[in-house]
Structures are given as structure tokens and as C-alpha cells.
Design a protein around this ligand. Structure first.
Ligand code: SF4
Length: 213
């Protein structure tokens, strides 16, 4: 077992901590009315790779942490298979409050609307600029459209790097919730999609290792 004396703590990021605190009271869009809490990003505050997902779901809203439900478990296993520790990356979402809809009398998750994604943009760019990663992985279509190109087709353009003006490399990959939905519908498609997710994460890791900040 590693001794506590040999553990090297990540340097703090006080500016990011201040942004996280400030965001907790955000009411920039109507999603604040249905949330339990704002779900800001977590992970290495100086990570070389930042993962940008879609939105908190019920589990994330309840715990205050991104990607902790079944999709989060799949993401964790894909990260591990790609040789990346979850604590080595920074994980966040394009919106930080849970979007909900009522179906059949039950409250369910829904995709964030364009206006909600736009309203949350200041927090998104503050997290990116303060973590300052070399590579941003857009996890799913909404993140890829918001950060890379609003016309991006995720199934056709995932796994490619887009070098942006901010000096970072952006890459889109499949959302683990989408990969999970394939499991019961088409097992071969599930296996292919999961392998693509791992491959994209591995590419991000390799790029971050070679790209200077
Ligand atoms: S989703 Fe973003 S912009 Fe909307 S209330 Fe939550 S933190 Fe604010």
C-alpha cells in the first residue's frame, strides 16, 4: 500500500474554487427552479483532459457530482480501459442543473434546451479556462455542438480532433448513456460503440501527453 507520505497532492486552484462557490446560487436560466443543487465539475483542477458531458440527471442532482449514475459507471470503466484515472481528469457538463420533464405523472430527465446551454456558457468557459486542459473531450452531441460546431454529427465526426483558437484540441465522443441504450437493442452495436468510446478517450490521452499547454 502506498504510504500517505508519498502521495503527491494536486496543487490547488483557488480561482476555480471561487467560481464553483459563486455558481451555487446561479439563476441564469429556469433550470434553477427544479434543481436540488448546482452540479459543478470535479476532478483534477489542473487536468490535461477535460470531459464535457450533457447535463446532470437524477443521481447527479441528488449527489451534486457529475457522471455518477449508470452512464457514469460506464464512463469510469471506459476511462480505466483507456488507461486514464477518473481523478486525473476534470469532468463537467454543458449545463449544471438537471433538466426535467413530466411524463405519465413522473419526473424524468430530458436533454437541455438551446437557451439553457447558452445561459450556462459563462460557467462552462470559466471552468475550461481555469482548468486549462490541452484536450477537451465533448461527451455526446449537445457538448460537441456547443463547443466544436453546431452542425457536428456525432456518429460521423466523433474521434477526430478539432484544433480551436483557444489553443486546445477538441474531440467528440459518444455519450455513455447512448452506449448503454444500445445494450438491450443491439449487442454488436453496443460493443462497437463502447470500443469507440474507449478509443476516443485513449486518443485524448495520447494527445494531452504530447501537446504543450
Ligand atoms: S443550468 Fe447553468 S445557467 Fe442555468 S441555473 Fe443552472 S448553473 Fe445557472
Amino acid at each position: 500500500m502506498q504510504s500517505s507520505a508519498s502521495v503527491v497532492a494536486e496543487p490547488a486552484n483557488p480561482e476555480l474554487d471561487a467560481v464553483r462557490l459563486e455558481a451555487l446560487d446561479c439563476q441564469r436560466c429556469d433550470l434553477w427552479q427544479g434543481r436540488t443543487q448546482v452540479v459543478m465539475g470535479e476532478g483534477n483542477p489542473h487536468a490535461g483532459i477535460l470531459l464535457m458531458g450533457e447535463a446532470p440527471g437524477a443521481n447527479e442532482d441528488a449527489t451534486g457530482r457529475p457522471f455518477v449514475g449508470r452512464a457514469g459507471q460506464l464512463l469510469d470503466s471506459a476511462l480505466e480501459e483507456a488507461g486514464i484515472g477518473r481523478n486525473d481528469v476534470y469532468i463537467t457538463n454543458v449545463v449544471r442543473c438537471r433538466p426535467t420533464a413530466v411524463k405519465g405523472g413522473s419526473v424524468t430527465n430530458r436533454a437541455p434546451r438551446a437557451g439553457e446551454i447558452a445561459a450556462c456558457e459563462p460557467w462552462r468557459w470559466l471552468e475550461i479556462s481555469l482548468v486549462n486542459p490541452q484536450v477537451v473531450v465533448c461527451v455526446g452531441g449537445p457538448a460537441a455542438k456547443a463547443l466544436i460546431d453546431k452542425k457536428l454529427k456525432i456518429t460521423e465526426q466523433r474521434g477526430r480532433f478539432f484544433d480551436k483558437e483557444d489553443g486546445r484540441a477538441y474531440i467528440a465522443t459518444l455519450h455513455p448513456a447512448y452506449v448503454l441504450r444500445l445494450y438491450s437493442a443491439d449487442r454488436d452495436a453496443y460493443r462497437t460503440a463502447r470500443a469507440n468510446l474507449v478509443s476516443d478517450l485513449r486518443q485524448a490521452q495520447e494527445r494531452a501527453a504530447t501537446k504543450p499547454r
